[in-house]
Design a protein around this ligand. Sequence first.
Ligand code: FES
Ligand SMILES: [Fe+2]
Length: 376
Amino acid sequence: MDVQTEHELIEELLALKASKSTFLDPDVRRNPVDRYTSPDRFALERERIFKRLPTTVAHVSEISSPGDFVRREVHGVPLLITRNKAGEVNAFVNVCRHRGTRLVDDEAGCRHRFSCPYHAWTYASSGELIGAPHFDAGFPEVDRASLSLKRVACSVRFGFVWVMLSDEATDSFDRYFKGIADDLEALGLGDAVVVGQVTQKRRANWKILVEGGIEAYHFRIAHKSTIGPHFEDNLSSYRMFGPHMRSILPRTSMAKLSPETRSDWRLRDHANVLYTLFPTTQLLVQQDHVAWIRQEPVSPGESILKLVLLAPQGAAEDTAHWARNLEITRTTLDEDFDIGESIQSGLMSGANDDMLFGRFEGALGAFNDTVDRYAA
Ligand code: FES
Ligand SMILES: [Fe+2]
């Protein structure tokens, strides 16, 4: 984000606070409860949203050298992400082409050959089948070259490895991120490193977990013992960039900024900046690091959440600082996700027909409009 935009966003929020107002959408919105509970709806979202749109699977620092690999499970598909001898990043389905055994069990490591635990068919880090015992006798007329690992489309951008599972991707990667790409490049996450991470399974629909981060209406109540007192009450703004959202959640320190020091204003010192990169990647920009949050939708009522802290390489050695930071972020998100589970069970009870979004919760309506547009 350029400095001028940062200053305009700060001024917009300061003006709202001065007039004791909030960032209001035109209308109250209702979102039907079955959007969060219906297996049919979830199946539709899986086919039309999760499989067709880019999602983050690794930070580049996790596979920085030739031979590095990580294993992932993404929207029901087992993946192997490798960096080959030429330094290129590849994404493959982690399934042996012989009789379907999971090829790699290790979560991460460094090697250029992957040998299947069943009959030792062996693949290179660039996917080719390079060894198979007794192949010529057992598989005459089978073209070895057709037995490379199944490739999945992947891109390395903004410091992350992204995959698109379906061949029917709805858009090119560049067009999909047009509008928000400059902001993401400016974060400089390609030079960051992982300084902490935690994964947890939650009994809540993935959209509930996203929605919990994009409004400030709940801050002073749900986070009263943690971050609530440091943030303005029910004040936030958002802007859409195609399907993606940039939310600004101001800290109380923003109101103390003086116009005389305007040239020194830095948005991330006085607000949480949250990028919701549709559908399942969020980047929470904080003063000295970025929290990468990824939802892995499992079923209508279950999601796996991964929280990864990314910090500048030069600061990575302060392990006590990052352990503290991880604990604070995790505790705060736990408050959100505990409530997310409570909401999910409330919706399942049938008590309400709709989710009700107030005018200052407009970001939730905008997010759900995006979901509906892609699911249609
Ligand atoms: S299933 Fe992998 S070698 Fe047979
Ligand atoms: Fe929250």
